[in-house]
Design a protein around this ligand. Structure first.
Ligand SMILES: Nc1nc2c(ncn2[C@@H]2O[C@H](COP(=O)(O)OP(=O)(O)OP(=O)(O)O)[C@@H](O)[C@H]2O)c(=O)[nH]1
Ligand SMILES: [Mg+2]
Length: 312
């Protein structure tokens, strides 16, 4: 005689495997990268307190026995793109409208509700259902959540909504359940242990850029990008594995180069140590990091430079 549980498993068909592409969009600083990291459980995407931290589309994969979710974190959608770089960043976001099974529209509850929000026009082109994620609920009262929800509902088609705190992990599991309910049946697109589609050197350049955002003020973070010149796995004299990385920080002017270097190289030394420690944590290996600073005028408008930095 089969036991009760065996009977149950004979009678209920196995759950179908579900998979899908979940694209995270929103204004700069809304908490998109914090949310993707919370859902994927890894620090895939750099997070800083400054807007326009994310400049690329970054994939984070969450796999289980029953499903595979492929999240895309995207740059914050900017209102008036000033440079080619911004236009490309906005294009990354617009590109996510076409290939999503579900759109997570992340709204920062502390942000003003403004009718000229550029996302409203952009969302007119969306075909996938939109799940409105009202983020940073830890910072506001219940009434604010209600007001924001009503505001969005009046202005764009919202399939579902939830208020969360990506930073504190409040309601993120509930959000995950909601996301799963929108997933179609489908195969796994990536091997179950794969976390992203980018090579390690991409994350290394992002970590250096992230530290620049944290350590330098004013326009410096927005004037820099980072290229990895070489990335070699090797061993120390005593036979310990070490990854040797050479990276170049590109700035737009000589004056910025002087700021990035600091007096007698003190600022870049601090940057190098902070970045190396983060990279070591990420790749779980000792790292030797060599940083150089070069001036490339107006790289933010220079097609070739942008291609080199991955803004194709
Ligand atoms: N209090 C609070 N802060 C949050 C929450 N989520 C994100 N933040 C903070 O908001 C800031 C921006 O977070 P990010 O995740 O970098 O935002 P983003 O939308 O990816 O920003 P861009 O890449 O610039 O478009 C960081 O300082 C986060 O710590 C939240 O739920 N509550
Ligand atoms: Mg981001």
């Amino acid at each position: 005689m089969p036991s009760n549980s065996e009977q149950a498993s004979q009678n209920t068909p196995p759950e179908p495997f579900r998979s899908g592409f979940v694209n995270i969009i929103g204004r700069p600083n809304a908490g998109k990268s914090t949310l993707m990291n919370a859902l994927v459980g890894e620090r895939m995407s750099i997070v800083t307190h400054k807007p326009q931290t994310t400049r690329h589309r970054i994939i984070g994969i969450l796999s289980s026995e029953n499903f595979q979710l492929v999240f895309s974190d995207t740059p914050g959608y900017v209102r008036d793109p000033a440079y080619k770089m911004h236009k490309t960043m906005n294009r990354f976001v617009e590109g996510t409208l076409d290939d999503a099974d579900l759109l997570l529209l992340v709204f920062d509850l502390k942000e003003e509700l403004e009718d000229d929000n550029p996302l409203l026009a952009m969302l007119k082109g969306a075909t996938a259902p939109v799940l409105l994620v009202l983020n940073k609920k830890d910072l506001v009262h219940e009434q604010r959540i209600e007001d924001a929800l009503n505001w969005w509902k009046k202005r764009t088609a919202i399939a579902d909504h939830i208020a969360i705190s990506a930073l504190k992990g409040e309601n993120t599991q509930e959000l995950l359940q909601k996301i799963l309910s929108y997933l179609p049946e489908g195969p796994a697109y990536f091997p179950p242990d794969q976390l992203t589609d980018r090579p390690e050197r991409f994350f290394v350049s992002e970590m250096i850029r992230g530290k620049i955002f944290v350590l330098y003020a004013d326009e410096i973070p927005y004037s820099c990008d980072v290229g990895i010149d070489s990335y070699k796995e090797s061993t120390t004299n005593s036979g310990e594995p070490i990854v040797r990385i050479q990276a170049t920080i590109y700035v737009m002017r000589e004056t910025q180069k002087a700021i990035v270097l600091g007096q007698h190289g003190s600022a870049i030394k601090k940057l190098g140590i902070a970045a190396r420690m983060e990279i070591e944590r990420f790749i779980k290996s000792r790292v030797h990091l060599e940083l150089t600073v070069k001036v490339r005028e107006n790289w933010r408008d220079d097609e070739r430079a942008l291609n080199r930095f991955g803004y194709e």
